[in-house]
Design a protein around this ligand. Sequence first.
Ligand code: BDR
Ligand code: CA
Length: 308
Amino acid sequence: MTAIILDCDPGHDDAIALMLALGSHEVELLGVTTVCGNQTLDKTTANAIRVLDHLGRDDVPVAAGAPRPLVREPHVQARVHGETGLDGPDLPPPAREPVPEHAIDWIAGTLSAQPRPVTLVPTGPLTNVALFLARYPELESKVGRIVLMGGAIGEGNTTPAAEFNIWADPEAAHRVFTSGLDVTMAGLDVTHKALMREQHVERLARAGRAGRLVADLYRFYSQHHRRKYGWDGSPVHDACAVAHVIDDSLLQTVRCGVKVDTGPEPSRGRTYVDRWGSTGWEPNCGVAVDIDSERFLELLVERIGGLG
Ligand code: BDR
Ligand code: CA
């Protein structure tokens, strides 16, 4: 079983990633840390707790982290995730507060107490992870690997060049990609290949409370993808990163040199992936280049459905 910390900004797909982790025996979710991204930090933190409340999981700690990116101004994604960050379902306000520590201090304490290395799964801007690496370099050896959702080899989704999580805090992403740690990137190249569709949602809606929440999330979230791309379904970006930790045969990865553009627009936040070794850049990342979409979506339905 792999011990993980989910560092997220829920966010519809973050919420589904969280449910996938909770429903999967291959991972032990030590806790959830939150970051400003899809919405403000207070909203993403409340949303993480609201999802856990819904599933009766008040045993999972939630720690709030960075209220803004390292350098750039915050830009939330209300267009995609709504004003609450989790528009669609009718979830009550959170029944508890996050733990009183900052996320990076909570991560440090948790890693120190673990006998084995922990996998960090960031599914939002990388601000918390960069701050953690800067503040606690002595704990790097406790990080088994970092499996993140972010970036793209091809086109972006926030600008033509950049994917949201990297674009939102490029300096933090640069810090993570140059950390020397074992980093895997699940970017748009794979997440856009695995669309959740009505057929999956119908099965989930019949499966129980967690599945019904996914259905309510999907109804709102899929509107964006229909409007923008004309798709009859939605990517579930963040769940791809969790799925890779659960079963590493779902994503095909290639080790490549990756650099983050921290310069000005229009290329700010782009991930340059030297897939074919054109530059001589040292490989620093396992980059996901393909996904077994059907098996991934079956995993989602089975595991989240299994939560009841
Ligand atoms: C990423 O941006 C957010 O909208 C999603 O939660 C996901 O983490 C996709 O670009
Ligand atoms: Ca996210």
